[in-house]
Design a protein around this ligand. Structure first.
Ligand SMILES: NC(=O)c1ccc[n+]([C@@H]2O[C@H](COP(=O)([O-])OP(=O)(O)OC[C@H]3O[C@@H](n4cnc5c(N)ncnc54)[C@H](O)[C@@H]3O)[C@@H](O)[C@H]2O)c1
Length: 252
């Protein structure tokens, strides 16, 4: 049990990588708060977990008042907070010429301000607990250019340096901060995009699969395993860094 007696908040826990992380954390002994703006998905995640191990809290991470309520509810329910996983994201793509103020507010509000609000309000609880671990989900898009991805990639690269700065400021409180950067992962959002863009299995392999050295897409649980490592005491000397979990996508 690598997370025995730990309490974790996982934003975007109602789907994909967030849901797999909730499941993996509970398998390792944690109690989890599934935070999501989507009530249906969040409640479904809780229903997949053993009774008493998880609660759902509806929260939009881009709204500071909702984040404040989320952290309070977590601490009240489980008595403390040890781990924060910043996973929720808005997927806003396009060329810069096509972007609107609304697009930028949505992508920066959820993907950059969201983690900032969550950390701001989680830190006082982690200090009370004697320390903590923050794991934020970045992406291969934190590092590379992709065609027509300007808003999303801008937001994901900001998380790398936000995390380094957090690691510096929070080390004195025994709080570690790291990023996990997935390659292309088979999640409900990806499946929706595949549908929307009318991609065939051959298109998926050519556009995405072949770019990974392992010649396939990743699965949510493969990301959850890396989040688990960074959240656990096994990573006690790891802070201010990122872990690529991308099947070798960025190795070439
Ligand atoms: N799927 C991929 O290929 C891939 C690749 C690299 C990185 N990522 C990153 O992994 C993370 C999870 O992605 P996923 O593919 O599992 O996505 P997903 O869409 O399956 O899940 C995201 C969840 O976040 C929730 N959410 C969205 N906006 C929110 C908000 N403002 N407040 C609270 N919850 C909100 C959604 O309701 C959803 O349940 C994201 O940070 C994403 O950028 C995904």
């Amino acid at each position: 049990m690598r997370l025995k007696n730990k309490v974790a908040i996982i934003t975007g826990g109602g789907s994909g990588i967030g849901r797999a992380t909730c499941q993996r954390f509970v398998e390792e002994g944690a109690r989890v708060v599934v935070a999501d703006v989507n009530q249906k998905g969040g409640k479904e995640t809780v229903a997949l977990l053993p009774k008493g191990k998880a609660i759902f809290v509806k929260a939009d991470v881009s709204q500071e008042d909702q984040v404040k309520r989320l952290i309070k509810k977590a601490a009240q329910t489980f008595g403390k907070l040890d781990i924060l996983v910043n996973n929720a994201a808005a997927f806003v793509f396009g060329r810069v010429e096509d972007t609107t103020l609304e697009d930028w507010n949505r992508v920066l509000g959820t993907n950059v301000l969201g983690p900032a609000w969550c950390v701001k309000h989680a830190v006082p609880e982690m200090k009370k607990a004697g320390g903590g671990a923050i794991v934020t989900i970045g992406s291969i898009s934190s590092f590379i250019a992709q065609p027509d991805y300007v808003p999303y990639n801008t937001s994901k690269s900001a998380l790398i340096n936000m995390t380094r700065c957090l690691a510096m400021d929070l080390a004195q409180f025994n709080i570690r901060a790291n990023v996990v950067c997935p390659g292309v992962i088979r999640t409900p959002t990806l499946i929706r995009l595949i549908d929307e863009w009318k991609m065939t299995p051959e298109d998926i392999q050519r556009e995405w699969g072949n770019y990974h050295l392992l010649k396939r897409l990743g699965e949510p649980r493969e990301i959850a395993n890396a989040v688990l490592f960074l959240a656990s005491d096994e990573a006690s000397f790891v802070t201010g860094t990122h872990l690529m979990v991308d099947g070798g996508y960025t190795a070439h």
